[in-house]
Design a protein around this ligand. Structure first.
Ligand SMILES: Cc1cc2nc3c(=O)[nH]c(=O)nc-3n(C[C@H](O)[C@H](O)[C@H](O)COP(=O)(O)OP(=O)(O)OC[C@H]3O[C@@H](n4cnc5c(N)ncnc54)[C@H](O)[C@@H]3O)c2cc1C
Length: 556
């Protein structure tokens, strides 16, 4: 924890050094002593400390300084650090000015120069002031702070990324807390930069304007570039299937890398509570599962690049070469595709402009707390929608689940249906589909087509979370890897029609289970044709595939 600061200001460098030395010798163990030889320099320094979220305990300024006197400085400094103790250093001739400053400018104390011996004329009074300050001091948050607005898609993207990457941060909604004096002070300290939201403030004093996940990732030490250019096993996608493959691969000695477009955890990372994963009788959140899996993978030496996308695949003899979004390339002997599925977009006029500003696809765990006292709409009838509704019901005034059918029974697990029935602020709206969305800067209302009556109802809605099925995004594989007509990857037995091996297949064996039409390239989890869309099955496939990879590598 950074020590709080004692700041002293004097244009007379000899006096400045003397007071600095005395402060440091007495208080250096508990405080950092900083100094400035000009009031304007000191105000700049204070603005910088505000952005770093440092605590300032004491401001000690000489009264006679050119451009700005000590009282003027202490008054200006009070706008930045209102709870810091303020004291003047004065010559005997300025005693009257100092006394009136105590009365009129709320200055705590004045010290006469010279203050020798400090044990009599400086420390006792300062001890008193600092004890007083300590009594009401709450150490400031020492991590990353993100300033943005609730309805900004880029703020949402960044917060979602940080949360899913398990990077602790403090969120400051500059609109929602516009009347909070501390927010005002922070915005003033930022000056014109405050318009470049989202602004990310780091504890080392660095700031990022218009912060994007990739830049923040680099700054907090998340790896986006590979350490070497060749791996035994490269895994595209860091969901449950990819993470499981990485743990098994690396624990069995394969030099392994995962490339993940967003944050490790995949869809599972968006789940507020997974209740059907073996070994966790009271369930666990997807974020928790992802965090544990990442720690486990790293322990075995897996490199995780995130956020980083794979955009192209090329085959050169025994090498499988991946082109990444930043233009770099990674080659490997064995490749595993574990890219899962992405949410299908809801077709409704006007919806795209509100994505991240009231309209969200998937989880929304980041947003749940912001929905306090609001109406939340959840579109879809599968387990993912049910889990989200249960999570939002803890914060929202009311959660409405919109489904096209007449019940949840054919699409949702019974345990979730039961939980929903027992939750008074969740309402099920059947025979309903969203036909239009409305709002100015963010979502304000939705129109719902009631298919049983053919009527359209327009209702207020600040947040709508959409869970309407998902499709794989496998276009980046070009024509190299065989897929079904919806883009799911064909593997093993699916490729061997009527005893025929896949086109171009040259080996004297058939493709292994989970192997694609290119030897050494495997597909696991939700992206695979015919897969069971569950965490456990993705984990199972990722783990099993590693056995086939060993067999493949033994003959490369
Ligand atoms: C809200 C929600 C709740 C759920 N609840 C449950 C539950 O309770 N129980 C259960 O069993 N299942 C549940 N599921 C389903 C389960 O999460 C999925 O079946 C599982 O996550 C699939 O794992 P996967 O690794 O195959 O793919 P995903 O989890 O989809 O992971 C794929 C990863 O690949 C990345 N990726 C995609 N393309 C690229 C690329 N080109 N380059 C780099 N990376 C890429 C993606 O960013 C993603 O992180 C839930 C799903 C959701 C969305």
């Amino acid at each position: 924890m950074a020590k709080p600061i004692l700041l002293t200001v004097d244009d007379d460098v000899d006096v400045l050094r003397a007071i600095e030395r005395d402060l440091r010798s007495q208080y250096g163990g508990d405080y950092r002593v900083l100094s400035s030889d000009s009031p304007h320099g000191a105000l700049d320094l204070l603005n910088g400390l505000k952005l770093r979220n440092d605590g300032v305990a004491l401001l000690l300024a000489d009264q006679r300084m050119p451009q700005m006197d000590g009282i003027g400085f202490l008054q200006a400094a009070r706008q930045i650090f209102p709870s810091a103790k303020r004291a003047l250093l004065t010559a005997y001739a300025d005693t009257n000015a100092a006394i009136s400053a105590i009365n009129e400018a709320n200055i705590d104390y004045f010290f006469l120069k010279p203050w020798d011996p400090p044990s009599e004329h400086l420390y006792p009074q300062l001890n008193d002031m600092l004890d007083d300050w300590r009594a009401s001091y709450r150490p400031p948050f020492q991590g990353i702070r993100v300033l943005g607005t609730r309805w900004s898609p880029s703020s949402y993207e960044l917060r979602d990324f940080l949360a899913r990457s398990h990077v602790p941060y403090q969120w400051i909604d500059v609109e929602g807390s516009a009347n909070d004096p501390e927010t005002k002070r922070l915005l003033e300290a930022l000056g014109p930069d405050a318009s470049e939201l989202p602004v990310v403030l780091f504890p080392d004093g660095a700031k990022l304007l218009n912060g994007a996940p990739a830049e923040v990732a680099q700054k907090v030490g998340l790896r986006t570039r590979a350490e070497t250019s060749f791996y035994d096993l490269a895994i595209v996608g860091g969901g449950p299937a990819g993470l499981a493959a990485a743990v098994y691969g690396a624990s069995e000695g394969l030099h392994t890398v995962i490339i993940e477009r967003e944050a490790p955890g995949g869809q599972a990372g968006m789940s507020s509570r997974i209740e059907n994963y073996l070994g966790f009788p009271s369930g666990l959140s997807g974020g928790d599962l992802a965090r544990r899996a990442v720690v486990q993978a790293k322990r075995f030496g897996v490199e995780i690049l995130a956020p980083q996308s794979v955009v192209e695949l090329r085959i050169e003899g025994p090498y499988r070469i991946l082109k990444l979004a930043d233009g770099s390339e990674i080659s490997c002997h064995a490749l595993m595709i574990a890219t899962g599925v992405q949410w299908r977009r809801l077709e409704a006029p006007g919806i795209d402009q509100f994505q991240g500003a009231g309209v969200y696809y998937g989880g929304g765990t980041t947003e749940a707390m912001s929905c306090k006292g609001e109406m939340v709409y959840v579109v879809g009838g599968a387990n993912s929608a049910g889990q989200a509704a249960m999570n939002f019901s803890k914060y929202a005034e009311r959660v409405v689940i919109l489904v096209r059918g007449d019940s949840l029974s054919s699409t949702m697990s019974q345990y979730l249906i039961d939980q929903i029935k027992q939750t008074p602020n969740i309402q099920l709206w059947t025979h309903a589909s969203v036909s239009q969305v409305h709002g100015d800067k963010h979502l304000e209302e939705i129109s719902v087509l009631c298919t049983d009556t053919d009527k359209i109802e327009r209702v207020p809605a600040t947040s709508m979370y959409i869970f309407i099925g998902a499709l794989p995004r496998t276009d980046w594989l070009g024509s190299t890897i065989e897929r079904d007509d919806r883009g799911f990857i064909l593997t093993g037995p699916d490729l061997v029609g009527e005893g025929q091996r896949p086109k171009g297949w040259t080996l004297d064996r058939a493709p292994f289970l989970l192997e694609t039409n290119v030897p050494g390239i495997f597909a696991v989890g939700d992206v695979r044709h015919g897969s069971v869309k569950r965490v456990a099955s993705g984990v199972g496939e990722g783990s099993v595939a590693v056995q086939f990879i060993h067999q493949y590598l033994s003959k490369v």
